[in-house]
Design a protein around this ligand. Structure first.
Ligand SMILES: *Cc1c(COP(=O)(O)O)cnc(C)c1O
Length: 383
């Protein structure tokens, strides 16, 4: 398929001659009203009713036991890893094909990543690859799962639901149970995505969601930790709010906490965006369907949700037949004002992770060279 045909399809879909981004936020609900309410009430900062409302709304929507807001998705991941007991010197298994924030969070816990391959089915962490890596390189000792070569403890597994497509969670849960590992889901891209009827981010001990401006809904900047139990949720809230022991006037903090609180101002935006989330997911899925039809019977493979999943199709992706095709497509579409982009560079190519332990990464390498993302803003016109 020629790049010009893709440009024509996208322009036709969005009915504009202007620049078309990958994903733009839209505010045509109660956003202004709620944000104005926080200003008029003066409760724009870390206390206010929208923070609590937003957490309750996410709990209801995802079915998680407890949701805790944070300033952004990276902070949510950082908190989740802290809560999962990751410590300085530990190893954490994750995918090389991810956005850098996944690895930054574990880096700032003082942990080192182990990069394992992704599944071609989900584009996310492959349970079989994790199992094979552990069978070869790990042993259970009294400190738990231990890397045979470095002697470091392997503490957690962090899959990422790439572009909103859920990974094979049941299989990962089984591997984690066998090797005494905590499962922390990077669900930054997958609000609105379900794995076998369960919301992503609610199956591991913790899940991290992002509300950055480019995600399916936004709070400007923001994140949420989804916690498996009420008890973990209460402790998570405690550590994200400076670990202050409640008292009418005295300052006592019982551990070194974070100040990761989401301002009420941002939570107001979040409450309004939650009212339209379901509609956005439906429109994203419509758009994905149209792309799928466009690429049917061509040399380009459109990435579809795994059969076990109901995906939010946050970012539409295609797998190009070869690198030359990809490079020309990127050039021609971007020149024509239709934004497309390659997938992230694999994490072990970045300077801070170049010495990381790696399993076989052949799927990741293939996808790194062939994937292109296409404009994915939900088309809401006429509603
Ligand atoms: C967006 C994103 C994050 C981090 O979210 P921020 O809110 O930008 O900090 C983490 N992981 C992945 C995979 C993401 O796409």
């Amino acid at each position: 398929m020629k790049a010009a045909s893709i440009v024509e399809f996208v322009r036709d879909t969005y009915k504009t001659d202007e620049f078309i981004p990958l994903h733009a936020p839209t505010f045509n609900g109660n956003e202004k009203e709620y944000v104005l309410e926080t200003i008029e009430s003066t409760f724009v900062s870390s206390v206010g009713k929208f923070v609590d409302d937003f957490e309750r709304k996410i709990e209801v929507y995802t079915g998680t036991a407890k949701a805790v807001t944070t300033v952004n998705g990276t902070a949510a991941l950082h908190t989740a890893l802290y809560m999962a007991g990751v410590q300085r010197g530990d190893l954490v298994i994750t995918q090389a094909l991810t956005f850098v924030a996944t690895c930054n969070a574990l880096y700032h816990m003082g942990a080192d990543p182990i990069f394992v391959d992704v599944s071609p089915l989900s584009l996310g962490l492959c349970p079989k690859a994790v199992e094979e890596y552990l069978d070869e390189f790990a042993v259970l000792t009294e400190q738990g799962c231990t890397h045979k070569q470095t002697g470091q403890r392997i503490k957690a597994v962090v899959p990422m639901h790439t572009f909103g497509h859920p990974v094979e969670l049941n299989e990962l849960v089984a591997v984690c149970a066998k090797w005494q590992l905590s499962l922390v889901e990077d669900a930054a891209e997958s609000l609105g995505s379900f794995y076998k009827g369960k919301h992503t981010g609610t199956i591991g001990e913790f899940g991290a969601v992002s509300f950055n401006g480019n995600k399916i809904i936004t709070t400007g900047g923001g994140g949420m930790v989804l916690c498996r139990t009420q008890e973990l949720g209460l402790r998570t809230k405690h550590v994200t709010t400076t670990a202050k022991v409640p008292h009418p006037y005295e300052f006592f903090h019982d551990e070194a906490g974070f100040n990761y609180r989401m301002p009420n101002l941002n939570a107001a935006l979040g409450c309004a965006q939650m009212e339209v989330l379901e509609r956005y997911v439906a429109r994203k899925r419509d758009l994905a369907n149209q792309y799928r039809n466009l690429f049917e019977m061509t040399e380009v493979k459109f990435v579809v949700e795994p059969e076990y999943a109901h995906s939010n199709y946050w970012l539409n992706a295609i797998i190009c037949p070869d690198v030359k095709y990809r490079d020309e497509l990127l050039k021609e579409t971007n020149t024509a004002g239709v934004m497309t982009r390659p997938i992230w560079k694999l994490m072990h190519r970045l300077p801070m992770f170049e010495n990381a332990l790696c399993g076989d990464l052949s799927q990741s390498r293939f996808l790194e060279a062939h994937i292109v993302n296409l404009p994915s803003t939900p088309v809401l016109k006429g509603e």
